[in-house]
Design a protein around this ligand. Structure first.
Ligand SMILES: Nc1ncnc2c1ncn2[C@@H]1O[C@H](COP(=O)(O)OP(=O)(O)O)[C@@H](O)[C@H]1O
Ligand SMILES: [Mg+2]
Length: 300
């Protein structure tokens, strides 16, 4: 049997591909992102939390690779591992059993200063406050502290003058550690997996952010919502992206992070994808996200 529409199908496919190029994976026109400005003076950083109470959505991957991309653009970056699982520290090549001092000591011991805990990473211009499982005890112990929600903000303070951006990798919960991260932050980035159930729980996250803004930190803003593990070949990923844009509008970053095994490989290697697979699409996406973040809330 012959095809009833022999020419129209390919033509349609071409149209769709062109439309996607022009519109971008979020279904909106891609903006021209300016080249990041060189910086001569450091300090007064924007503090940004990566937050989503779901695990496995790309918080840690985004912290490492957005941080490394911002460092490539000349920004001084401090990463804060604020998850007792310590994946951020491991993903940057640290051994959880061989850490002298961690964020736990910084939070709980008055004679430990932030400079004692900061370690350099393999990425020039990017430092880390490491964590391991010790941090899980802080969640319980902080409950008895005076101004318990402001503890991270207080201990980070002396380090801020050295950096242009601080990225806090939150744990997958909305407990006291995450409230501390939000209280210490100027902005929040919400990574969301492009998967059907991604929107579940987002209302609760938004309520938590609103409560922290009302009660503890009036300056707190949502800097952006990031679609991760996007698969452009599936209608499913596109539908999730459409719904994200319907729900969050301009807050959704134009950049999406596609699903690729290279991210797991680079974690095993203990380095960001921007150095592990420097010409990969994953690296390119995080560099584009860095440009978008700079244009939206750092250089603007
Ligand atoms: N875009 C992606 N494509 C494929 N795998 C990814 C992607 N982003 C993250 N991963 C992998 O998914 C797992 C969870 O990611 P992670 O960043 O640790 O999430 P979270 O910090 O939110 O728990 C990790 O094994 C990571 O390597
Ligand atoms: Mg994580």
């Amino acid at each position: 049997m012959s095809d009833p529409l022999p020419f129209e199908r390919p033509a349609q496919a071409v149209r769709t591909a062109t439309a996607e190029r022009e519109l971008g994976p979020t279904g909106r026109p891609m903006p021209d992102l300016p080249e990041p400005r060189p910086v001569t003076q450091h300090g007064h950083p924007r503090v940004i939390s990566m937050c989503n109470q779901k695990g496995g959505v790309g918080k840690t991957t985004t912290t490492i690779n957005l941080g490394a991309s911002l460092a490539e653009y000349g920004r001084r970056v401090l990463l804060v591992d604020f998850d007792p699982q310590g994946s951020l520290s491991v993903g940057l090549g640290l051994n959880p059993h061989e850490m002298d001092l961690t964020v736990y000591n910084l939070l709980m011991e008055r004679d430990v200063s932030v400079d004692d805990v900061i370690v350099p990473t393999g990425v020039p211009g990017m430092d880390l406050l490491p964590s391991n499982i010790d941090l899980s005890a802080a969640e319980v112990q902080l409950v008895h502290e005076v101004a318990r929600e402001q503890t991270l903000q207080r201990v980070l303070g002396p380090a801020l003058a050295n950096y242009d951006v601080v990225l806090i990798d939150c744990q997958p919960s909305l407990g006291l550690l995450t409230v501390n991260a939000l209280t210490a932050s100027d902005g929040v980035i919400v990574p969301l997996e492009c998967e059907y159930f991604a929107l579940r729980g987002v209302a609760l996250l938004k309520t938590t952010i609103d409560k922290v803004r009302e009660r503890l930190n009036p300056k707190l803003e949502i800097d952006g919502v990031l679609g991760t593990m996007f698969d452009g070949r599936t209608l499913h990923s596109r539908e999730v992206m459409d719904r994200l844009v319907q729900a969050w509008g301009d807050k959704v970053f134009h950049t999406v992070i596609r699903r690729t095994i290279k991210f797991s490989d680079s974690t095993v290697a203990g380095e960001p994808i921007t150095s592990y697979a420097t010409t990969s699409t994953g690296a390119a996406s995080y560099r584009q996200l860095a440009k978008e973040v700079l244009a939206r809330c750092l250089d603007g």
